[in-house]
Design a protein around this ligand. Sequence first.
Ligand code: HMH
Length: 219
Amino acid sequence: PEKRGMIDTWLDKHRSLYTAATRHDFVVSIRDGSVDLSSFKTWLGQDYLFVREFVPFVANVLIRAGKESGETSDMEVVLGGLASLNDEIEWFKNEGSKWGVDFSTVVAQKANQEYSRFLEALMSSEVEYSVVLTAFWAIEAVYQESFAHCLGDGNKTPAELTGACNRWGNDGFRQYCLSVKNIAERCLENASGDALVEAEDVLVRVLEHEVAFWEMSRG
Ligand code: HMH
C-alpha cells in the first residue's frame, strides 16, 4: 500500500460524510435489490446531464496536467479518464433508450445545477492545481466506492443494474482512481498551507454535493 497522505488523513477526519456519500440509501438499495426503478431512472437522467458538465471540467484538468504536473504520465492518466467519459456518454444513451428516459426532456434539478456551478468555479485559473486534483479524485472515487459496494460479496443487485455498477465498480476504474489519488497526493506534498486548507474544504464540498446528488433519486 501507498504511504498515507493528506487525502487519507482528511477522509479519516470526515469519515461520516465520506460514508454518507459512498453508502447512500440509493446505493444500498441497488445492492440489496430493493431499489425503486423510478429512482434509478431519475438518477440516470440527472447523471447524464452531470457527465456532460463533467467533461469540460476533466478537459480543464487535462490541460493543467500537461502544463503543471511533474510527470509526463499524469497527462495520460487524465486522458484515460476523458476517453472513458466518451464511452460513458454512449453508455448513458443506450441506457436511456433501454429505460425509456428521454434525455432531451430531462431538466437539471437544483442539486445538479449547484454541483455544475461548483465544477465551473474550480475551472478558474485562480484555483491551484493540487486543489483541482483533490476534487477530481473525490468525484471519481465516490462513484467507484459506491458502485463497487453493489458488486461486493452477497449482493442482490438486479441483473439489469449490474451494467451501471460495473461501469464504475470495475477494477480498472479502481486502479484509475488510485492513479489520480497518487497524482493528487504528490501535488499536495508541495502545496502551500493555504492550498491545503482549500483542498480539504473542496474535498468536503464534493462529498456534500455527492450526497445531495444521490438524494435527488428520492424524487
Ligand atoms: C454525481 N459523481 C456524479 N456522477 C458521476 N458520473 C461521477 C461522479 C463520476 O465519477
